[in-house]
Design a binder for this molecule. Structure first.
Ligand code: ADP
Ligand code: ZN
Ligand code: ZN
Length: 740
C-alpha cells in the first residue's frame, strides 16, 4: 500500500504530492497526519490519497515513519476546501491545509491531558458474589459496591469516597476484578447548563425569516442575506435555526467578527446549548483551543462559535453556517493566504449542502449587491423587537457650535441630553472613533504633525505620562518642547481622544461613574468582559469608548448615545470610508433604546451634509446603498472593479521602489499588447500611503481592473509574479481590507 503525501513545508518546489510506502501494520486513512523522512530530515505531512501501486520503482520509495494520531485530522470536505483556497490564492496546498488545524497540533506542541478511571471487569452477578464474599477488608467491600453499577469511576472520586484506596484498588486489579482505564481529559473553557426557559415567543418577523430558512436545511439553497435592523432580534433567529439543525442531527458554525467583542452572544448560546457548544478564539490557551478543536472533531460539540478561522472547524454533517455582522473587515484574513471567511462559508455550505446565512444591520455593499442581483436570497427584519422605535437621531453641525462660541467637545444639544440622562439615573454611551488622549501633536504655527520616523504615521499623545506613542511600532517619546520643523514653541496636542473626553466628563459630572473602554484599558485577558459586566450591573452611568463599544452590545438601560466625532473616519484615504462611517454610526446608534425606554442619539459632525451621515441619521440602509452604489459605479470602485496591489517591503526604500517599478514594467511588457490590457483602468507604482512600518519601507503597484471573467487569467499571472524571488518581499492583495 502506498500513500500520496503533502509534506508540510510551504515552498513552491515542494508543493506537490510525494509517494511513500505504508508500513503493513499502519491503519492509514486520507486526512491523517504522518511523519516521513524527507531528504535527511523528518517532516510532518498529510495523507491525501491511498493507492495500491506506486507509479515508479518501489525500491526507491521511502516508508512512512509514524502517524501521530489514529484518526484523520482533516475531513474530506475540508481537504476539498483547501484545494479551492490553493486555486484561488495560488498558495502551496500545505499552507491552505494548515488553516484547517489548530496551530498547536503541528510539531506536537500540546500534551494531551489524561485522567485515570477504574471499572469492574465482572458481570453484575459476579460482582454481587464478590461483595458478599469480601469480609476481610471494608475498603475493598466499599470499592466493589461503588463500582457494582458497572460505570467508569474516576480515581479522584475513589480517593474521596474511600480513604487510602490505592492499595485496595491494586489488590483487586491484581485479582482481575477491576481494571484501570486512562481517558483523555478535554478542557472545556465554558461549562454551563442548558436553559430553554430563556426562549422568547417569536415575533412575526422572526417567524417569517425562520419559516424561509428552516426548510432550506433539507434542500440545496442559495446563501441568505439577513438584513435586520439593530435590535430586531437576530440572535434569537440564529438560536432557533441552529436548534432545528441540531434536531436533524446536524452541526452548526456561528462566525462572529471578534470574540472578545461579543461575550453576550457566547453567553446566550451557552445558556441554550450547554456543552454541545465549542468556542474557538485566539484568547483561549493553546491547550484549551486544541481541546475545543478535538471536542468538535470527535462530535462531542456540534455547535461552534468562533472568529474567522472557525469557518474551518471540523464539524461533520454540517447544517448551517451563520456569519454575524457580515460587513465586518475582520472576516478578511490579514495573513497569507488572505481568504475571506464569508466566501469560504458560502463555498463550504454549497459543498456540504448546508444553509449559509450572512446577517447584518448594515450589509456590505458587495453582499447587498449580490442579493439584488439574485445571487443571494434577501430576508428582511425592518422592525425592532416588540415594535420598539428606532432611536431618534439628531445631527449637530459642530462648525455652527464654534461660530456660536462653544469651543467644548460637546455640543449644546449633547450636553443638555447628557444632563437629563444622568439626572434621571439612566445610562449613556459616548463613542469616539480614536484612542489615546488626543490624536496628534501639531504645531499651530507651521502646521507640522509629529510623525513616527520609522512608520510614517502620526504619533499619539498620551496625557497620563505626557508622552507621544506610535501605535504601529510602539515607540514612546516625551513631547518635544519646540517644533522639530520651525522651532516655534506653539506645539501642542490636538484632536479628541477617549482620555480627554473622560477628563472633561469627570469635570462636568463629578461623582458620576464612568467606564472607559479602549485598547489601553482592555489589554488584560478578561478586562473587556469585566468592563461590560460592570456597566450592565449599573456600576457606572457613562460608558465611553472606541469602535469597541459600537458593536453587538445589548444594554437595555442605555437611553442616550453620543458620537462625539462622527466623521473622523470619513477622511481616511480609502474608497470604503463612507461605507465604514455609515456602518459604524448605525451600529453605534443601535446601542440606544434597546430596552423599554426609547433611545436618543446625537451625532456631532463637521460635514453633516455628507450622504453617509444623512442616511445614517435616517437609519436608511437602502438610501445609503443607492447612493454609494451609484458613486462606486461612476468612480469605478469595487464591486464594479477590482483593486489589485503588489505590496513590496524591504529594509531600504530603494529596494522597495525598484521592485515595485520592476513589477509594473513586467506587467506592461506582458499585457500591454494583449486584449486584456483593456481591463486595466490604471496602474501606478509609488510609495504605500504608510511608507514605513517597523523599519520596513513599503512601496506598491496599485491597479484598478475591470471586473470581468477574463481578468482571472491576469490575476493568475500576477500571483506567479508575486511569488518570484525579488529584492523586496512582495505580496499580492486583491481588494485588500486596507490600502494603507
Ligand atoms: P440584533 O442582534 O438584531 O441587534 P438582538 O438579537 O440583540 O438584536 O435582540 C435585541 C433584544 O431583543 C435582546 O435583548 C433580545 O433578548 C430581545 N429579543 C429577541 N427576540 C425577542 C422576542 N421574540 N421577544 C422579546 N424579546 C426578544
Ligand atoms: Zn512648526
Ligand atoms: Zn512607529
Amino acid at each position: 500500500m502506498y500513500a500520496e503525501i503533502i509534506v508540510d513545508i510551504a515552498a513552491e518546489q515542494v508543493d506537490r504530492v510525494f509517494t511513500y510506502a505504508v508500513p503493513a501494520d499502519m491503519a492509514l486513512q486520507p486526512g491523517m497526519r504522518v511523519e516521513v523522512p524527507f531528504g535527511r530530515m523528518t517532516k510532518e505531512g498529510f495523507v491525501i490519497r491511498l493507492k495500491e501501486t506506486a507509479d515508479y520503482d518501489p525500491a526507491k520509495i521511502k516508508t512512512i515513519l509514524s502517524a501521530p494520531e489514529d484518526y484523520p485530522v482533516l475531513l474530506p470536505q475540508l481537504m476539498a476546501l483547501a484545494e479551492e483556497i490553493k486555486q484561488r490564492h495560488h498558495c502551496p496546498l500545505c499552507e491552505a491545509l494548515r488553516l484547517m488545524l489548530p496551530a498547536e497540533m503541528r510539531g506536537n506542541r500540546v500534551r494531551i491531558k489524561t485522567e485515570e478511571y477504574v471499572r469492574l471487569t465482572l458481570t453484575s452477578d459476579q460482582a454481587e458474589e464478590a461483595i458478599a464474599k469480601e469480609t476481610r477488608s471494608k475498603k475493598r467491600k466499599m470499592i466493589l459496591t461503588i463500582l457494582s453499577d458497572g460505570q467508569l469511576h474516576s480515581m479522584e472520586e475513589m480517593r474521596v469516597l474511600v480513604k487510602d484506596a490505592r492499595q485496595a484498588l491494586l489488590y483487586l486489579r491484581n485479582r482481575e476484578m477491576l481494571e484501570f482505564v486512562t481517558v483523555e481529559k478535554l478542557r472545556s473553557p465554558y461549562a454551563g447548563q442548558i436553559d430553554e426557559t430563556l426562549d422568547r415567543t417569536l415575533t412575526t418577523e422572526q417567524e417569517e425569516v425562520l419559516g424561509e430558512m428552516i426548510p432550506a436545511l433539507q434542500k440545496n439553497s442559495k446563501p441568505y442575506l439577513l438584513h435586520g435592523v439593530t435590535g430586531s432580534g437576530k440572535t434569537e433567529v440564529y438560536i432557533r435555526l441552529v436548534r432545528e439543525a441540531v434536531k436533524m442531527g446536524k452541526g452548526a458554525i456561528i462566525l462572529v467578527p471578534e470574540i472578545v467583542l461579543t461575550p453576550q452572544m457566547i453567553q446566550w448560546f451557552k445558556a441554550r446549548f450547554g456543552d454541545s457548544m465549542a468556542v474557538l478564539h485566539s484568547r483561549l490557551s493553546a491547550g484549551e483551543r486544541f481541546d475545543e478543536w478535538r471536542r468538535i472533531r470527535f462530535g462531542q460539540a456540534r455547535i461552534v462559535i468562533g472568529a474567522r478561522s472557525a469557518v474551518f472547524a471540523p464539524v461533520e454533517n454540517l447544517g448551517v453556517i451563520i456569519v454575524d455582522e457580515e460587513h465586518e473587515q475582520s472576516y478578511l484574513s490579514q495573513s497569507f493566504p488572505q481568504y475571506d471567511a464569508r466566501e469560504m462559508a458560502i463555498s463550504r455550505c454549497k459543498r456540504e449542502r448546508a444553509v449559509c446565512v450572512l446577517a447584518s444591520a448594515t450589509p456590505s455593499i458587495y453582499s447587498y449587491a449580490m442579493a439584488r442581483r439574485g445571487d443571494y436570497i434577501l430576508l428582511e427584519m425592518p422592525h425592532r423587537i416588540l415594535n420598539r422605535p428606532l432611536p431618534e437621531i439628531e445631527l449637530v453641525d459642530m462648525r455652527q457650535e464654534l461660530r456660536m462660541g462653544n469651543k467644548s467637545m460637546f455640543s449644546r444639544t449633547l450636553k443638555q441630553k447628557l444632563d437629563a440622562c444622568i439626572h434621571s439615573g439612566q445610562q449613556a454611551m459616548l463613542f469616539i472613533n480614536r484612542r489615546g488622549y488626543a490624536s496628534s501633536v501639531n504645531c499651530r504655527k507651521c502646521g507640522e504633525t509629529i510623525r513616527c520616523s520609522r512608520c510614517d504615521v502620526s504619533m499619539t499623545y498620551h496625557s497620563f505620562d505626557k508622552t507621544i506613542r506610535c501605535h504601529y511600532c510602539g515607540a514612546i517619546f516625551p513631547v518635544p518642547k519646540v517644533c522639530p520643523s520651525c522651532e516655534s514653541t506653539y506645539i501642542k496636542p490636538m484632536g479628541t481622544g477617549t482620555q480627554k473626553v473622560e477628563e472633561e466628563l469627570k469635570k462636568l459630572y463629578p461623582g458620576v461613574g464612568i467606564i472607559r473602554m479602549d485598547m489601553d484599558t482592555t489589554t488584560e485577558k478578561n478586562a473587556h468582559f469585566e468592563l461590560v459586566n460592570q456597566f450592565r450591573a449599573g456600576k457606572a452611568q457613562i460608558l465611553l469608548g472606541t469602535q469597541m463599544i459600537a458593536k453587538g452590545l445589548d444594554f437595555p438601560q442605555v437611553t442616550l448615545v453620543g458620537a462625539v466625532m462622527a466623521d473622523m473616519s470619513l477622511n481616511f484615504p480609502d474608497y470604503r470610508a463612507a461605507e465604514r462611517t455609515f456602518q459604524l454610526l448605525v451600529q453605534v446608534a443601535g446601542r440606544a433604546g434597546r430596552g423599554e425606554k426609547p433611545g436618543q442619539v446625537v451625532i456631532q459632525s463637521y460635514q453633516p451634509e455628507h450622504y453617509a451621515l444623512q442616511a445614517a441619521v435616517k437609519q436608511d440602509y437602502r438610501l445609503f446603498f443607492a447612493q454609494e452604489f451609484d458613486r462606486r459605479k461612476k468612480a469605478l470602485y469595487p464591486p464594479f472593479t477590482l483593486m489589485v496591489r503588489f505590496l513590496c517591503d524591504s529594509k531600504t526604500m530603494e529596494d522597495a521602489w525598484e521592485t515595485a517599478e520592476a513589477i509594473k514594467k513586467e506587467i506592461e511588457v506582458r499585457f500591454s499588447d494583449t486584449p486584456l490590457w483593456r481591463r486595466v483602468l490604471y496602474i501606478r507604482a509609488d510609495e504605500a500611503p504608510i511608507n514605513r512600518i517597523q523599519d520596513r519601507c513599503r512601496a506598491q503597484v496599485l491597479m484598478k481592473l475591470l471586473n470581468h471573467p477574463d481578468t482571472d487569467q491576469m490575476l493568475e499571472t500576477f500571483q506567479d509574479m508575486a511569488r518570484m524571488d525579488r529584492k523586496a518581499h512582495t505580496v499580492l492583495e486583491i481588494n485588500p481590507s486596507s490600502l494603507a
